[in-house]
Design a protein around this ligand. Structure first.
Ligand code: UD1
Ligand code: CA
Length: 496
């Protein structure tokens, strides 16, 4: 153990079935606030700098080990074949590191509100007390379901008793076991070797080491957590929702203290992994997930979900959904737009209403104001893409790229059939299907020429309101004679 290492090892107990969750997913993999419960516990213990992090896996061991490899590659899964209790789990972990000595942190994997300052304070309390074992405790209003901390007349911890094994007097105790312990590896090993199964569940309880060590004349300290919320476990979906709410409240409190305006904390959800700068404003109904970051002066919401998305200074995102997108400084998005991965909006760019973008760079001050799809595209600066334009990027087999130059004007309802390039300063005519490059400064027109069939309404819709309006406008007699194939059927105006 080097001096910076506060403990020699961290042991996370995560093999339990989590039956009360009624889930196909192992309990510790349920997510709150951007991390799995296990991820939160590992994050709280990470600053201790332990050389060994062991995670006891059992129920769903393959998925838990896979998750570990993704979020904490340095941690080692240790298999507990049969879930015989938390004491058995701890013993299995310590057996995997037979030479390890010094203080060990043992922690339940279902404690998602545990914070690093709480873990650090526990380790310090343990060191200061010179104890063989120190237990994190909490004084709570409702201790239902938790292990009670039993102290003697002098206040010394003498044991932990599970609720189902407790006497009525013990049940009245409101100081509970958090399921977080720091103990000397040798003391742990010796006591764990002696725990029995003489309890209501017939399990090997980790909590029994307390009474055993006290019986041996060792000192066991109980260190109350500063914030009792830290110790709340999570055993079913109602507790999952409650923990998620508490965690979110903490995240929002920190943001507000740091200068972020949160208009409605009740409907704003921010992952612990997201960042928001001072003087950003979050309107009601906002979710900031994953690695999302929001810069100063930006306004997000109402009703927007941003996942792994970067929002620059002074940008705004209104009623929109973004995944893996970059919204540049002063850029505006929405209402009702969908930014998909690879979207990159430069400074001052605009993606307006009902626009979908994917793998698309929209240059500085360029605008895609309405009802468009922009996929696999590079748009230069100062360009304008007319309403209902589609970047036709997919030929049914492969995706192709479209390049639109600086200061281009794409007419409304243009189909840009990729691969295609519209040069700097070029225009396209509304309604064009552009299949060939448009050179710089040219007007690309690709649509049928219009012709008008004079008097068609008068002949084909006699007596109708339209015919009367036409007659009022043109005078009687105009269009009485067919001057063109007047009897032809015209698209969209079928003869009855
Ligand atoms: C446990 C404590 C209780 C404490 C509470 C705090 C025991 C006996 N009781 O109760 O005093 O107040 O946590 O939340 O420890 N596990 C394994 N293998 C097993 C059994 C459990 O790895 O064979 C793991 C679970 O995945 C879980 C942890 O150990 O992360 C605790 O087990 P759980 O069944 O949740 O214990 P609680 O009844 O909550
Ligand atoms: Ca539990």
């Amino acid at each position: 153990m080097s001096p910076q290492q506060a403990v020699a090892a961290v042991v996370v107990l995560a093999a339990g079935q989590g039956t009360r969750m009624r889930s196909a997913t192992p309990k510790v993999l349920h997510e709150i606030g951007g991390r799995s419960m296990l991820g939160h516990v590992l994050a709280a213990a990470a600053p201790l700098g332990a050389a060994e992090t062991l995670v006891v896996v059992g129920a769903g061991r393959e998925v838990v080990a896979e998750h570990l490899a993704a979020v904490a590659p340095g941690a080692r899964p240790v298999v507990q074949d049969e879930q015989r209790g938390s004491g058995h789990a701890a013993a299995v972990a310590l057996a995997a590191v037979p030479d390890l000595a010094g203080p060990v942190l043992v922690v339940n994997g279902d404690a998602p509100l545990l914070r690093e300052q709480t873990v650090t304070a526990l380790v310090e309390a343990h060191r200061d007390a010179g104890a063989a074992l120190t237990v994190l405790t909490a004084r709570v209003e409702d201790p239902t379901g938790l292990g009670r901390i039993v102290r003697d007349g002098s206040g010394a911890v003498t044991g932990i008793v599970e609720e189902r094994d407790a006497t009525p007097e013990q049940r009245a105790i409101t100081e509970v076991n958090a399921g977080v312990y720091v103990g000397d590896a040798a003391a742990f090993r010796a006591a764990l070797a002696r725990i029995g199964q003489d309890n209501d569940q017939g399990e090997l309880y980790l909590t029994d080491v307390v009474g055993l060590l006290v019986g041996d004349g060792e000192t066991v300290a109980g260190a109350p957590a500063e914030d009792p919320d830290d110790v709340l476990g999570c055993n079913d979906r109602r507790e999952l929702a409650a923990r998620r709410r508490t965690l979110n409240d903490r995240v929002l409190d920190d943001l507000m203290r740091a200068g972020v305006t949160v208009v409605d904390p009740a409907t704003t959800w921010v992952d612990v992994t997201a960042t928001v700068a001072a003087d950003a404003l979050l309107e009601p109904g906002v979710q900031l997930r994953g690695t999302t970051s929001v810069a100063a002066g930006a306004v997000v919401g109402p009703d927007s979900t941003l996942v792994d998305t970067t929002v620059g200074e002074g940008a705004s995102v209104v009623r929109s959904h973004a995944l893996g997108a970059v919204v540049g400084p002063q850029a505006t998005v929405g209402p009702f737009s969908y930014l998909r991965p690879g979207t990159d909006l430069a400074r001052g760019a605009k993606v307006g209403a009902f626009v979908e973008t994917k793998n698309a760079r929209v240059g500085e001050d360029s605008k895609v104001p309405h009802l468009s799809y922009v996929g696999d595209a590079t748009i230069g600066r100062g360009a304008n893409v007319g309403a209902a334009t589609v970047f036709v990027n997919y030929d049914g087999t492969a995706k192709h790229h479209t390049t639109v130059g600086d200061h281009v004007r794409i007419g409304s309802d243009t189909m840009l059939v990729a691969p295609v390039t519209v040069g700097d300063g070029a225009y396209t005519a509304a309604g064009s299907v552009i299949t060939q490059d448009v050179p710089p400064g040219a007007m690309g027109v690709a649509r049928a020429a219009q012709r008008n069939v004079a008097g068609w309404v008068r002949r084909r819709r006699p007596g109708s309101a339209a015919a009367r309006a036409a007659e009022a406008a043109t005078g009687p007699g105009v269009g009485a004679q067919a001057d063109d194939a007047g009897g032809e059927r015209l698209a969209g105006h079928h003869d009855q």
